[in-house]
Design a protein around this ligand. Structure first.
Ligand code: MRU
Length: 352
């Protein structure tokens, strides 16, 4: 990434600086979040988006939420922390990294509960930045682990944006492409535009162009045709939440792409950090799916494209069953034929 998607500025009384992803690719503008409401709003409206980046934003949101709490009494401080965490959890329901990031922050506060309020706040900021720094390393490892799956000259289809914008840096699905390119492989990427909010067109195409990767933009409805023409040898997407059995929630349309890949005998890979697994959920049917406003479909980007009063269904994610996934690429290694057993084998005792 030419610029980090999210940064903390200053000490524990500081602020968050974000790239406003809703304005890309025509405008590269920073937004500054000084309080919890503004970071909540930034997550809700997709100024900051993509599961790992949401996790980082939520962790930094906890620091913002606690910065004006000056309680000397630990009970009051922890009561406030509970409220801050509960509020942030309402920003978006599907990406588990949001809940994971907040849980890590609560844990660190608990571990420091015998310290002064100032020291607990410092520990919270330290943890939020640690989550961000760890994500940088994790993304590189995902790239390393996945790049071997690509051969020189391969065509790859991707859906939505799982790049540097969606993470601390480098991405998950796009990390695999960046690494393959660093290894000297020539990869041709087909980016689904990803209706309704066009993360593929606006963000993935922008990132890949910046990285000098050969990228061709297609409408979502063209994926089957592109596969039939033999232009892609695999699909790589990111994930928002992976159930214990490998069923994977990702941007709406991903499930359809997985069916198309199966029909055409094309491997379908999911690239995601371990923090995106939710082992408390047995299968994909239990993953909460966010529904967003009808205007995203009827008034996409300022112009009405549907009759007034028409009924709209706008789920932001869908679930790809594990049986359609060839492998999940994580920082710990590649899980071929994802199943509860294969996932447990790689993740060991890890529970998100
Ligand atoms: O609604 P969004 O833009 O937050 O959805 C993002 C995705 O679906 C990504 O593919 C996923 O979060 C992985 S990002 C590394």
């Amino acid at each position: 990434m030419p610029l980090p998607t999210i940064e903390w500025e200053g000490d524990s009384a500081g602020r968050v600086r974000l790239i406003d992803q809703t304005l890309l690719p025509t405008e590269l503008k920073f937004v500054y979040c000084e309080d919890i409401k503004s970071i909540w709003h930034a997550i809700k409206t997709l100024m900051v988006r993509g599961a790992p980046a949401i996790g980082i934003a939520a962790a930094m949101g906890v620091v913002l939420g606690m910065k004006d709490v000056h309680a000397k009494d630990a009970d009051i401080f922890f009561k406030e922390l509970k409220q801050v965490s509960s509020y942030l959890r309402t920003a978006r329901p599907t990406a588990v990294n949001l809940f994971w990031g907040i849980a890590r922050m609560e844990r660190i506060a608990e571990e420091n509960k015998n310290k002064s309020v100032r020291e607990i706040k410092e520990a919270l900021l330290h943890e939020a930045i640690k989550i961000q720094n760890e994500d940088k390393v994790i993304c590189r490892q995902i790239g390393e682990n996945g790049a071997g799956l690509l051969k020189d000259g391969n065509g790859v289809l991707t859906h939505c944006n799982a790049g540097g914008l969606a993470t601390a840096d480098y991405g998950t699905a796009l990390a695999v492409l960046f690494k393959a390119q660093e290894q000297g492989k020539h990869i041709k990427v087909y980016a689904d535009e990803t209706r309704p909010l066009l993360q593929g067109a606006r963000l993935t195409a922008w990132e890949l162009q910046h990285a000098g990767i050969d990228v061709t933009l297609i409408c979502d409805s063209m994926a089957a045709h592109v596969m039939k023409l033999g232009k892609v040898q695999c699909v790589i997407v990111g994930a928002d939440r992976i159930a214990a059995n490998g069923d994977t929630a990702n941007k709406i349309g991903t499930y359809g792409v997985s069916i198309l890949a199966k029909e055409h005998g094309i491997p379908f890979y999911v690239a995601a950090p371990v923090s995106t697994f939710d082992l408390s959920i047995k299968s994909g049917g239990d993953i909460p799916i966010e529904e967003r406003s009808p205007e995203e479909i009827t008034n996409g980007f300022g112009r009405r494209t549907a009759p007034e009063g028409v009924k709209v269904f706008n789920p932001a994610f869908d679930v790809t069953p594990a049986k359609n996934i060839t492998a999940i690429i994580t920082e710990k290694g590649v899980i071929a034929k994802p199943s509860a057993e294969n996932i447990q084998r790689l993740l060991g005792t890890f529970v998100s």
